[in-house]
Write a protein that binds this ligand. Structure first.
Ligand code: IMP
Length: 196
C-alpha cells in the first residue's frame, strides 16, 4: 500500500481529506505522526506557489511522498480577497464571525452574481525535490446575505453554492462532492491509480 504524508496542520483539512480517502488503498500519515517540524512561512502570492512551497519544505525533511495543499476564498467584488491570505484575513487571530461581519459589510447591498466568489484548492505531491503531481480544484458560489449552517469550517457558513441551494456549512456530505478540496483529492486518487 502506498504511503502519503499529509503535510497540513489544519485539523479540518486533515479530517476532510481522510474522509475523502476512505476506501482508497493508501496509508495516510500526518504531521502529527512525525517529529515536530516548524511551519514554513507562506510567502507566495498564488495558491500553487504556496502549495509547492509547503510540499517542498516538508518533503526536504521527511522521507515520504508529501501531499500539501493551499486553499482559500476569492471574492470578486473584493478584488480576489481574502485569497492566499484567507487564514490571516483581518488579523491572524480574528474569529470567523468577525471575518464574516467585515466581508458582509464590505459587500454592502450587492446582490446575486455581484457577490460571486470561489474556493480554490491547489494540491501537490512532492518527493525529495520533485513535484510529482499538481492539481487545482475550484467551486464557484456567492457570498450569502448572512452566515448559515454549522458544518464544515472557516468561511463555509457564508459560501452559498447555487447548485446546492445551500451554504457549504449546510451541505453535510454534499460538501465533499462539490468542494474545491473534493475535486483536488479525486484528481490525486486518479493519479495514484494511474501509477499502478
Ligand atoms: P491555508 O492553510 O493557507 O491553505 O489556509 C486556508 C484557509 O482558507 C483556511 O484557514 C480557511 O480560512 C480558508 N478555507 C480553505 N478551505 C476552506 C473550506 O473548505 N471551507 C472554508 N474555508 C476554507
Amino acid at each position: 500500500m502506498r504511503t502519503l504524508r499529509l503535510a497540513t496542520t489544519n485539523r479540518h483539512k486533515v479530517e476532510e481529506i481522510r474522509a475523502m480517502l476512505e476506501g482508497v488503498p493508501v496509508e495516510l500519515l500526518t504531521l502529527a505522526d512525525a517529529p515536530p517540524i516548524a511551519e514554513p512561512e507562506e510567502t507566495a502570492e498564488t495558491f500553487e506557489g504556496n502549495a509547492r512551497l509547503k510540499g517542498r519544505y516538508y518533503a526536504a525533511r521527511l522521507p515520504d511522498v508529501v501531499v500539501a495543499e493551499d486553499s482559500g476564498l476569492e471574492i470578486d467584488a473584493l478584488g480576489g480577497e481574502p485569497g492566499v491570505r484567507s487564514a490571516r484575513f483581518l488579523r491572524p487571530n480574528a474569529t470567523y464571525p468577525e471575518r464574516f461581519d467585515e466581508i458582509l459589510r464590505r459587500l454592502g447591498d450587492l446582490e446575486g452574481r455581484a457577490r460571486s466568489a470561489r474556493f480554490v484548492c491547489a494540491m501537490v505531491a512532492v518527493r525529495g525535490a520533485d513535484v510529482l503531481f499538481e492539481t487545482r480544484g475550484v467551486v464557484e458560489g456567492e457570498i450569502a446575505a448572512a452566515p448559515a449552517g454549522t458544518g464544515g469550517f472557516g468561511y463555509d457558513p457564508i459560501f452559498f453554492v447555487p447548485a446546492l441551494g445551500r451554504t457549504l456549512a449546510e451541505a453535510g456530505d454534499a460538501k465533499a462532492a462539490v468542494s474545491h478540496r473534493g475535486q483536488a483529492v479525486r484528481a490525486l486518487v486518479r493519479w495514484l491509480t494511474e501509477l499502478k
